[in-house]
Design a protein around this ligand. Sequence first.
Ligand SMILES: *[C@@H]1O[C@H](CO)[C@@H](O)[C@H](O)[C@H]1NC(C)=O
Ligand SMILES: *[C@@H]1O[C@H](CO)[C@@H](O)[C@H](O)[C@H]1NC(C)=O
Ligand SMILES: *[C@@H]1O[C@H](CO)[C@@H](O)[C@H](O)[C@H]1NC(C)=O
Length: 360
Amino acid sequence: MATNHLSLLLLLSLFLTSTYVQPKPLPTSPYLSPSTVFFSDYQKMFDNFRIYMYTPPISFAFTTPSESLFYTHLLNISSNPFFTQNPNEANLFFIPFPPDLSPRKISRLVRDLRVNSPFWNRSLGADHFYLSRGGIGFASDRNILELKKNAVQISCFPATPGNFIPHKDITLPPLTTSNHPREPLNNKTSSPTFLGFTKKLGQSSFIKELEGDPEFLIVDVDDDASEFDLGEIIASSKFCLFLYGTGGDVSWLGEALRLGCVPVLISDRPIQDLPLMDVLKWSEIAVFVGTSGGGIGELKGLLGGIGGERYDRMRGLGVTAAQHFVWNDSPQPFDAFHMVMYQLWLRRHVIRYARREEWV
Ligand SMILES: *[C@@H]1O[C@H](CO)[C@@H](O)[C@H](O)[C@H]1NC(C)=O
Ligand SMILES: *[C@@H]1O[C@H](CO)[C@@H](O)[C@H](O)[C@H]1NC(C)=O
Ligand SMILES: *[C@@H]1O[C@H](CO)[C@@H](O)[C@H](O)[C@H]1NC(C)=O
């Protein structure tokens, strides 16, 4: 008996030493770069970043909440420390134009910059940026093509498919509107394990399937009256489901993070336009799944497998990351406005053509 036990133990410990490789240290920060690097880069941005703004063609306003706040903060010279009136000291140039400007007029705007400003030709627009809700599409027009390919585009999340160039373009952290949903679509009052967000329009069969399952609660964000506390439901749900690009609503993404509901992004194609894509380690903060395959059974299995320490870690990293999704009425350090600025700052290094006089 004793020898049997001994061999068993030996076998077991052999098994353990052969498969139990050095555990990877658990991530304690939601950032892609080490926290110290991120914080010192951010400080450099804060101290040195300068943006020159061209005069808007006409006075105009944006309609989506995040775009509107970003533009307001950018224009507010008294609260925007990055603003400069001297284009020679600017790192980047902002081209403001109204959200509904026709491609023909955008083209003329770029042509005017090319002719009248010495700064466009220097980089063919690569040190310029613009704001456009859905992003602008490719066109054969030379001016639009240069703007599209070279300048940094800031759009809402999600950008219109095909209108986003990864590593160059940026999406704004979404902002919840004051439209709180009135009541859950499927009449469940107790706290769900899973919470989904949808809009009345564009309900897919996948959403219908989720609605019929007792473990999922689907809320309709288009309902305008605010009679039940969505925050409370988010806070008590384990996972918050966001359908990417198929009628789902993503505006509650920041709130889900803040309230400790781990986001699940459901998409059948890779998501390349997430907000703060080059700051946050999204794979440690959110779960990414497709709708094809095993349907909601498979989805439940997958999410059910994320528990214990792994779940707590994701949740904790998400709560830390949530501060970067907050849009303040007056911008605060590390909030959504400053993080968009930080991402622009990361894109300030562009190849510039030397001017002729520098050669002589
Ligand atoms: C501009 O910023 C200042 C300082 O933060 C603030 O008091 C003022 O209300 C802002 N103006 C607008 C139009 O947002
Ligand atoms: C920029 O280059 C174009 C030729 O592509 C030229 O027509 C234009 O005058 C230049 N702009 C300036 C400000 O020199
Ligand atoms: C939810 O319940 C109310 C009554 O409590 C009922 O009038 C309503 O039709 C139900 N809605 C759904 C979607 O089942």
